[in-house]
Design a protein around this ligand. Structure first.
Ligand SMILES: [Zn+2]
Ligand SMILES: [Zn+2]
Length: 510
């Protein structure tokens, strides 16, 4: 019954490991890390110059010593349609160029738009009228090429030599090359035996304004390496880990961040095993769902390039943010507090998909290889992935639902026998709802009948789908003739086995 065979994992840690990084020893012995740092400090008033030297050194080191971080230009089949050529002379003239330079490298700037006014847009957006002298790479508006060029954004980031991220900037009006805080933090430091600095990468980068934007997640994940300019620190991120401007090296825990840093995302998932793969995918969706997005309906597309790449590596398919291979684990999402109605897409996203709603989600079960799931006949994608084939069960009688903070408890007498999280937060009568079984934990108590009745099922709470007054009577009632009635999801839960009927009918979930 198990979905996927877990592999043995050798490495594990729960937080970033910190050490002093000296990328220059051995390769640049005449100029060690300490010299670079002391140059940086001594020329603090013109910090940009030495900072740029440090960044260049890091890039060279990464090019020469980390396999996979550097894109191989000669293998590259992709070049952006437009780039801005920067004249290296004093004038620093910028020219928008439409020409292929397949053997050269280009850099990408990742930044927040903020909320530009229509006047801002007419000044700064590239349009057919002004694209001779404006500097953005997609032509916007009528007759522009947004449709075709937006699709190549994933290739632009996956093939860039390096992404420069204006991580601390809220909008395009904010600069990001600000004077840095005192790199010594007021201490006198002995460079011959430096100690790791106490910078907080998660706070500076992950919680910064740029990384809180949903569209930026795929830009960051697809970039092989990124230089983050945060409010307090500059960080260089590549497949090997992160170093900060004071040469503290941060190595990611094996898991979540480790996969985000993958310079050939998502190839690291080839060897990650069941638990860590599900854990990463859940982490990715939790992070994405909590990110800001200007157009609500973009929720179903701003993560597509990552989903398609994961499908290829895991050799599975997906629909609306749920992978076939981890169908059960990924159906067990719950909304965080938010009780806004579903997003109004042109083509409605099914109720079982977390993409149907706005706002952050969490999953009610941590991935574990003890998780057992129904047979494919009982729960699988149908109708080109817009519906799920399900087996519908009833709740027993004599249970009541009580509000308990953000979720609901199911009680019999004084005993709690289950928990529910409802998508729209409304109070329900259990008797009016039905459910489907999504999985259970293998806790080896099956022989004992009484114990078995107290095992938990992971379920979706569903009800008959209302399709508006104009639907043809028979269609709504029977849906797909072979599969019985149509249902929609109203929540998710965890209930004891004894609450759920053994009898079931066939249905489809939309
Ligand atoms: Zn590297
Ligand atoms: Zn630091």
């Amino acid at each position: 019954m198990q979905e996927y065979e877990p592999e043995e994992l050798s490495k594990s840690a729960s937080s970033w490991e910190r050490s002093i990084y000296d990328p220059f020893i051995g390769t640049f012995s005449s100029e060690s890390a300490s010299t670079v740092v002391s140059n940086y400090v001594s020329s603090h008033s013109t910090g940009c110059v030495s900072n740029a030297r440090l960044l260049r050194k890091w890039l060279q080191h990464c090019d020469n010593h980390h396999s996979g971080c550097k894109p191989a230009p000669r293998e590259r089949k992709f070049w952006p349609k437009r780039i801005i050529f920067i004249d290296g002379s004093i004038s620093g003239k910028l020219t928008l160029v439409e020409k292929q330079f397949l053997y050269e490298d280009y850099l990408v700037l990742s930044h927040c738009w903020g909320n530009p006014t229509s006047v801002d847009k007419s000044r700064f957006c590239t349009t057919l009228e002004n694209h001779d002298h404006h500097a953005l790479c997609i032509i916007q508006g009528d007759g522009g090429d947004w449709e075709s060029q937006a699709n190549t954004m994933q290739d632009i980031f996956a093939n860039t030599y390096c992404t420069i991220a204006a991580t601390s900037a809220d909008s395009w009006k904010d600069g990001f090359l600000k004077p840095q805080s005192d790199p010594l933090d007021g201490q006198t430091q002995n460079y011959s035996t430096p100690s790791p600095c106490k910078c907080d990468f998660d706070k500076d980068v992950d919680a910064g304004p740029l990384m809180k934007r949903a569209w930026v997640l795929q830009e960051r994940v697809l970039s092989r390496r990124t230089i983050h300019f945060t409010g307090s620190h500059v960080y260089c991120e590549c497949g090997d880990g992160v170093i900060c401007e004071q040469l503290t090296k941060l190595e990611p825990p094996f898991g979540k961040q480790y996969f985000i840093l993958d310079p050939r995302f998502p190839n690291r998932l080839y060897t990650s095993g069941y638990e860590r793969t599900v854990q990463f995918i859940q982490f990715l969706f939790v992070k994405y769902s909590a990110s800001g997005i200007t157009e609500e309906t973009d929720r179903a597309i701003a993560i597509n390039s990552l989903i398609i790449r994961i499908e290829q590596v895991l050799e599975t398919s997906s629909h609306y943010g749920i992978f076939q291979l981890f169908l059960s684990s990924l159906l067990l999402w719950k909304r965080r507090q938010d009780s806004n109605p579903p997003i109004e897409y042109k083509k409605q996203v099914p109720s079982w998909s977390w993409m149907a709603y706005s706002g952050g989600i969490d999953f009610i079960l941590e991935p574990t290889d003890q998780f057992l799931v129904p047979h494919r006949d009982d729960l699988c994608f149908a109708d080109d992935g817009r519906a799920l084939n399900i087996k519908v069960r009833n709740f027993g009688e004599g249970y009541r639902v009580e509000e308990n903070g953000e979720n609901y408890d199911i009680m019999v007498g004084t005993e709690k026998v289950g928990s529910l999280w409802l998508d729209m937060g409304d109070q329900i009568q259990l008797q009016d709802c039905k459910c489907i079984l999504v999985g259970t934990l293998n806790d080896e108590k099956e022989d004992d009948e009484e114990e078995d009745a107290r095992r938990y099922y992971y379920i979706l709470v569903i009800r008959g789908k209302y399709e508006g007054p104009n639907q043809h009577k028979d269609e709504g009632k029977h849906g797909n003739k072979d599969r019985g009635k149509k249902y929609e999801r109203i929540g998710v839960g965890k209930v004891q086995v004894r609450l759920v009927s053994i009898d079931c009918t066939l249905g489809t979930l939309w």
